[in-house]
Design a protein around this ligand. Structure first.
Ligand code: GLN
Length: 483
């Protein structure tokens, strides 16, 4: 039963082949048995899950239907869940029980989804390896000595290991797409403003966006449907109607114009990944797509721009964790300054402290114009590159990451080496565009992802292209040994 996708679960529940309660029990037992190897969960919510599963079964018995009614999922542990620890992967929030549900959590619960637990993540979503969590690193089910990617690494590892069919993630610079690529999943970062950020603990507010992680594009469509929509509580939420994503999956790719940026194939890209990217292009050509070389001339500036803007916003967002209102408070503070310093010094890990320092520096009086403002201008140039490209093509295709997963600890001593892994994903966040990563092959037994980018609000187009690709390939069906 653990092999079923969300779409298959919906059919099984509708045909009364099994109940949500039965399925939930199977998956909870599987998590208890296998998660100790992976460390993909921070908290399990067994009681809530069984209660939600029974309620979903009762709703179905009363004639209700819906693709998420009774479907087991998990939330990245930065979505606030009422009465349940919401740690953000940090010692700072180890004792924090959210007083309310995030909009995404509330919407999915209302649709009948069953929450199995809260997944592990990089501390405050800062990272590409899921090694900065206060709760310990997450292991990649494809090889337990390798990282699963980050920061939504717990969601990715759990879904890849068939502990559950789908989970939520968030993506500030790649944290849905990159772990999806490294664990053989499909992951979608929606257009900025498509999914409410209310109740999502902020990292960099102008870049953060929640989205689905699942094995197939079909399942991402189902989960996104439950997450997306206007929310008056989030001032950057966009009041656009939400299309029927599942209905968008069956479009023909005949004549679809796919742009492949020449800047993507630089020296940093593993040539074996470049080959798999070109193989995916060939596959899409067979389905009728036409390929065009394009250029994104400002791409080289993306990493420096992101690693000023994201830490700047983070330093501001994280100033609320001061040991006074909530979160970790040091023992016996001597005075207010001591309280602030020790509470923050003890509560935040090394990578979070590094980002706060970089961000506070970039925002400080003498440097604001030289760094923060400058990078905001570069951000606009990057967006303009995309706007020009989308005048010529319908989709942009390339690698999701320059390398496959790396060994646990391999990049710990060199944070910049990890930052470089984000080179293909962060531009979509800087421009606010939707992006999807889909499984496209293996290198040394480790999964490789191909990234698709589309114009604003064209999530349906991304899902359709990925679905058509998945109807004609079987990479996404491969299962890691032992799971
Ligand atoms: N790796 C990037 C960072 O550390 C992206 C993280 C994310 O998308 N949350 O900032």
């Amino acid at each position: 039963m653990h092999q079923l996708t969300l779409a298959e679960i919906a059919r099984g529940l509708a045909d009364k082949k099994f109940s949500s309660e039965e399925l939930t029990k199977v998956l909870l037992a599987r998590i208890a048995q296998l998660d100790p190897q992976l460390n993909s969960f921070i908290s399990l919510t067994e009681d809530l899950a069984l209660q939600q599963a029974k309620a979903a079964d009762a709703r179905r018995a009363n004639g209700e239907s819906g693709a998420l009614l009774g479907a087991p999922i998990a939330h990245k542990d930065l979505f606030c869940t009422q009465g349940i620890r919401t740690s953000c992967g940090s010692k700072m929030l180890d004792n924090f029980k959210a007083p309310y549900d995030a909009t995404v959590v509330a919407k999915l619960a209302a649709a009948g989804a069953v929450t199995l637990g809260k997944t592990n993540m990089d501390e405050f979503a800062m990272g590409s390896a899921n090694e900065s969590s206060y709760y310990g690193p997450v292991k990649n089910p494809w090889n337990l000595e390798y990282v699963p990617g980050g920061s939504s690494g717990g969601s990715a590892a759990a879904v890849a290991a068939r502990l559950l069919p789908a989970a939520t993630g968030t993506d500030t610079g790649g944290s849905i797409r990159q772990p999806a690529a490294l664990t053989n999943l499909t992951g979608l970062k929606p257009t900025y403003g498509r999914v409410s950020r209310w109740g999502m603990i902020a990292y960099a507010s102008s870049l953060d966006q929640g989205g689905p992680l699942a094995r197939t594009a079909e399942d991402c469509a189902i989960l996104l449907q439950g997450m997306a929509g206007f929310d008056p509580q989030d001032s950057t939420s966009i009041d656009e109607p939400v299309p029927d994503y599942s209905a968008s999956l069956n479009g023909s790719l005949q004549g679809l114009r796919i742009g492949v940026p020449k800047e993507y194939f630089s020296a940093g890209l593993d040539p074996r990944i470049a080959d798999l990217v070109m193989a995916s292009v060939e596959e899409l050509k067979k389905l009728g797509a036409v390929i065009k070389e394009i250029s994104l001339p400002n791409m080289q500036h993306a990493i420096p721009a992101y690693y000023v803007i994201a830490p700047a916003e983070a330093s501001s967002n994280l100033s609320r964790f001061d040991g006074v209102r909530f979160g970790h408070r040091c023992e016996d503070p001597k005075n207010l300054e001591d309280l602030y310093k020790r509470s923050r010094g003890e509560g935040f890990g090394a990578e979070v402290q590094r980002r706060i320092m970089v961000g506070a520096y970039a925002l400080s009086a003498g440097y604001y114009d030289a760094y923060y403002l400058k990078e905001q201008k570069i951000r606009r140039l990057i967006k303009n590159d995309f706007m020009a490209a989308f005048n010529e093509v319908d989709i942009i295709l390339g690698p999701t990451t320059p390398n496959p997963a790396w060994k646990l600890g391999a990049k710990n001593s060199d944070p910049v080496a990890a930052y470089l892994e984000d080179v293909y994903t962060i531009t979509a966040n800087l421009a606010g565009l939707p992006g999807l990563s889909m499984p496209a092959g293996f290198v040394d037994g480790l999964p490789v992802g191909v990234q698709l980018l589309a114009p604003y609000f064209q999530e349906g187009r991304l899902l359709n292209v990925a679905h058509q690709y998945q109807l004609n390939t079987d990479w996404h069906t491969r299962t890691p040994t032992g799971f």
